[in-house]
Design a protein around this ligand. Structure first.
Ligand code: 6PG
Length: 476
């Protein structure tokens, strides 16, 4: 009997939690997973919600169990598995059915899949979902792209299960085809820079100032009460305070310094490069993960050079002054990182014709997602006052932060650099802020070099026109 409100294929951690979240909100969910054992484990976990779950043993049975026009969520590993699932579903789909890819898809794939759907009758939605396991279960942030009609078909369900920020659901339709997955990719790029900049400050505290993990944890917990108030600062405080039950050491001290990455941060950097938008904090964060992975090389060369961080002493002032400087440094660097992320989206919006609603994006990131914070509420207000196309660094509120606290970012980057603590993302943020406020840069020399070796031509600042050439070599 077709009585389920929605179908969901793929009962991994994210899929299973999304299904339970929907059931929790009163929806009947038909589920299917290729490996039966996983379905059994999920049904066991469903507990009291089991009554709202329809267990099916094939994609066809799943489609048959959902009320038409059927919304079917695919929550399988991004990549070929999504195409395979769409292909299997293909024959069972009817006009008006909605296929929703809720995985971390590359937006180019989403654009292709949306194009492949055209003319087939069913609709396609690429849904970026953020918030990890907890978010999926109790309220993620969701970024939708694709057919507007597809979004409208599932809007009530998405709004019900989304995270809530002071009564506003953190889910929205953002534009056609790959818009939702693109915005999720940039979310992850910003997530990478946020995490990296926090890790760099941790490096300054640990190696430059010689602080113990628990003390650092207290400082982060305090910062979470101020303008840095955010999920990532909060969990950093908690992580630093946690002892390892086996050794009694701080947990963070026994974790190998080699970071993993599934690829979405890298995609953000690649897309920024392709679009020609400087997103140096994201690039620095991705590169830092790659450097972290070269553990053996680092160990060997640390020995070869006898390299060690020099204690910073009171380079940042007494402890309280140092904490304030680092807090301000993080805040200013965050302005740069978010300015870059939004700039990438602004450019992509124009190139792909999405008309991305920046204020809405900032709003749906205020809760549920990994980068959720008060700061995003401030960004949303900034867009509301200044308009969606305004660069963050040009908004009065953020300009004040930069004016007031850039000296602290400079001091932290300087002290870290002198001590030998690598701070690539903080330095990138500072250089970006300096660069974006420099009226007269140094690219005139780049143009001269290009013209010298390749006759590429340049523009002059004293008259109109292009394709001028220098008298190179004539004065030899
Ligand atoms: C989210 C996260 C999530 C991501 C993990 C791991 O928004 O919920 O961004 O989608 O997969 O954070 O990403 P990495 O393995 O690349 O660090």
């Amino acid at each position: 009997m077709a009585d389920a409100d929605i179908g969901l294929i793929g009962l991994g951690v994210m899929g299973g939690n999304l299904a339970l979240n929907m059931a929790d909100h009163g929806f009947r969910v038909a589920v299917y997973n290729r490996t039966r054992a996983r379905t059994d484990a999920f049904l066991e976990r469903a507990g009291a919600l089991r009554d709202r779950i329809v267990d099916t043993d094939s994609p066809q049975a799943l489609a048959a169990a959902v009320k038409p026009p059927r919304p079917i969520v695919i929550m399988v590993e991004a990549g070929p598995a999504v195409d395979e699932t769409i292909a299997v579903l293909g024959a069972t789909l009817s006009p008006g059915d909605v296929v929703i890819d809720a995985g971390n898809a590359n937006f180019h794939d989403t654009r292709r899949r949306a194009a492949e759907t055209t003319g087939k009758g069913h609709l396609y939605l690429g849904l970026g979902v953020s918030g990890g396991e907890e978010g999926a279960r109790y309220g993620p942030s969701m970024m939708a792209g694709g057919d507007r009609a597809a979004f409208e078909r599932v809007e009530a369900i998405l709004m019900a299960i989304a995270a809530d920020y002071k009564g506003a659901p953190c889910a929205a339709y953002l534009g056609s085809d790959g818009a939702g997955h693109f915005v999720k990719t940039i979310h992850n790029g910003i997530e990478y820079s946020d995490m990296q900049m926090i890790a760099e400050i941790y490096g300054v505290m640990r190696d430059g100032l010689g602080m113990a993990a628990a003390d650092m944890g207290s400082v982060f917990a305090r910062w979470n009460e101020g303008p840095l108030d955010s999920y990532l600062i909060e969990i950093t405080g908690k992580v630093l305070a946690e002892p390892d039950p086996e050794t009694g050491w701080p947990m963070v001290n026994v974790i190998l310094d080699r970071a993993g990455q599934k690829g979405t941060g890298r995609w953000a950097a690649i897309e920024a490069q392709t679009l020609g938008v400087p997103a140096t904090t994201i690039e620095a964060a991705v590169a830092a993960r790659a450097l972290s992975a070269r553990k053996d090389e680092r160990v060997t060369q640390a020995e070869q050079y006898g390299f060690a961080v020099k204690p910073m002493g009171d380079a940042l002032g007494d402890p309280e002054a140092a904490y304030t400087r680092m807090e301000n440094a993080l805040l200013v660097a965050k302005v740069a990182a978010y300015a870059q992320g939004f700039a990438v989206m602004t450019e992509a919006s124009a190139v792909y014709g999405w008309n991305l609603p920046m204020m809405t994006i900032a709003r749906i990131w205020r809760a549920g997602c990994i980068i959720r914070s008060q700061f995003l509420d401030t960004i949303a207000s900034g867009f509301e006052k200044s308009g969606d196309q305004t660069p963050l660094t040009a908004m009065p509120y953020f300009a004040t932060i930069i004016d007031d606290a850039e000296a602290d970012l400079r001091a932290v980057v300087l002290a870290a650099t002198q001590a030998g603590v690598p701070v690539p993302a903080l330095s990138a943020a500072l250089a970006y802020l300096d660069g974006i406020r420099t009226a007269n840069g140094t690219a005139n020399l780049i143009q001269a070099q290009r013209d010298f070796f390749g006759a590429h031509g340049f523009e002059r600042n004293d008259r109109e026109g292009k394709g001028f050439h220098g008298p190179w070599g004539m004065t030899d």
